[in-house]
Design a protein around this ligand. Sequence first.
Ligand code: PMP
Length: 367
Amino acid sequence: MAKASHTRGTYNFSAGPAVLPEEVLREAQEALWDLDATGIGVLEHSHRGGAIDSVFAETEASCRRLAGIPDDYRVLFLQGGASLQFAMLPANFLADDGCADYLETGSWSKKAISEARHYGDVHVAASSADANFTYIPRAADIVYSERPSYVHVTSNNTIFGTQWSAEPPLPDGAWLACDASSDIFSRPLDMRRYGIVYAGAQKNLGPAGVTLVILREDLLERAVRELPTLLGYGIHAKNDSRYNTPPVFGIFVMGRVFQWLERQGGLEAMAQANEAKARLVYDAIDASPFFRGTAREDSRSLMNLTFRAPSEALEATFVADARKAGLDGLKGHRSVGGMRASLYNAFPDEGCEALVSFMREFESRHG
Ligand code: PMP
């Protein structure tokens, strides 16, 4: 089973930026000083020199191996976070007289929807807003529009702690765009089911500042309008993500994270490890009359586990005492309240065990 090591004395449960593998951080430390024995650090190399050519080539190659990305998909390293993708996607693919379908499952989907409305019509094909986004809509409850330009899904809802367990069904001829910011490469990805997958790096992939975009090449021919240069996917694809100066350091770290994931046994092994980690914590929540999960059981996220204690005062004490005990970043998002434990790929098993013991001990003191 995949194991991340832990030697810093604090378990980091932050939702993002988040814990990275120790081995990768050590490699990054070394590369800051001297990249591949060039005598120049990774932050100081020209982005068009040979050393950085190799960083790009290795990062893309390990991404392709890791996730089995088919040859007719492009792998791009962009900037602007997932938030810029909320706008780039419709700017490129939603015509003024077109309609795109969105599955509304939380705050990030809502932001994606409001960006798309700048460009064309948006049809919300399913929503869990009626229950404060505590669940993932059932396939049978999705009602698509006549001919959507694309369908957009947020695979994991970082704030509410819900996750699609599989891709939603699609209407004939439509393609799926996915914001996978908070669960990318936490499990196998069948890229053939998607037109575009995008993710800000700062949860499962590396430092903030680089956005991974994987898109089917034929979509590049389908851009619907003229755009400012940097907003078109085509320009980035044509220039291999180096039209302008790219976030080289983030791309380097991402590449090392991909290689670390390969060494852990790949995405299948990550899925098993992530399930085991989440099960440990959910079992503790379910076994306790004191704590309760906020997401519906069939919709629970394996990445962001949201739960509550009997009162807000106890929750504040829990978060503060946990921090003192070396468990950092457990405060829930303000729109949900309570606690949130983010257990991304690099989060170690021992941290989950430490959380469960802390919960038991807290309950025995305050229950
Ligand atoms: N989508 C999801 C699912 C997220 O969790 C986040 C960030 N927490 C975003 C989008 C926004 O990402 P960024 O800050 O990279 O723009």
